[in-house]
Design a protein around this ligand. Sequence first.
Ligand code: GRG
Length: 310
Amino acid sequence: MSTSPFLAGGTPDQPRLIFADWMHAVQAHIESTLARLLPPAEAIPARLHEAMRYASLGGGKRVRPLLAFAAGELTGAAPERVEIVASAVELIHAYSLVHDDLPCMDDDVLRRGRPTCHVEYDEPTALLVGDSLQALAFELLARSALSDPGRQLEMLRLLAHASGSCGMAGGQAIDLGAVGHALNTPELELMHALKTGALIRAAVRLGALCGEPLSDKAEAALDRFAKRAGLLFQVVDDILDCTASTATLGKTAGKDAAAEKPTYVSLMGLERAREFADDLRTQALAALAIFGERGQRLIELTDFITHRKF
Ligand code: GRG
């Protein structure tokens, strides 16, 4: 039996953690795992390595790793495997934030309550930080024993697809092209399915792939959940952008409206966006019904995503 607090099944020896404790344990574990897996700050080229650590450590909600661990719980995955895929996804996420904050993209100075990477270092360094974090993510997946070779190759393919032009980078391209344009609901949904949703979907799938295979029906249900949870995350992000303060968010609030970016709030108004988030939560939870008790962490995470304050 696993001695990890993350995948505990609620035995007398290893009582099941309440959600808040589980979440903090996973967040702390991901922090220490990333600290171990990233190159040491002193290793040459030291400035680049220090900046990679700056961009990846000491902040963030770690939503994607949390989803990977919760999905791993569904399939009885070993935590030593899940921590690798969770770290890989988080490194891709950290890279996307560094590049997104650059002057040629969103041009922001604040991220996770601190100066953005290019402000703390410089633009060329920030560009290389993003490149290097992305490369490290794939190196981790390739060099770790995660599954049989066929499935491991599929995991690499899956993360590459979610990150590239048919996933996150593609969504960012649509986003950049949409500034000042009115998008309709399906267009906005496609943009977010790629920009934010693809990586969230990959986190869930990769976490599950670390354990025993799911039936086709369960796999489809889990993917349905991941798609709804990804969109829910984004709708809540849009709501927070116009309702929360910069201090609470740790990033510049109100940027979407200022930049005339299409969002769920600009498209449907605040109240309707809140109702939409509630509908998405219901749909995400419905997709988990097939898993019964084993889906409990994913249920709790759905509520965390819905009610988060930053
Ligand atoms: C530059 C290739 C490239 C892609 C950038 C995902 C993305 C595309 C940019 C991120 C910018 C952004 C604000 C997107 C909206 C939703 C989102 C991903 C928010 C940030 O994620 P959180 O809230 O951040 O999980 P933390 O800091 O908690 O990790």
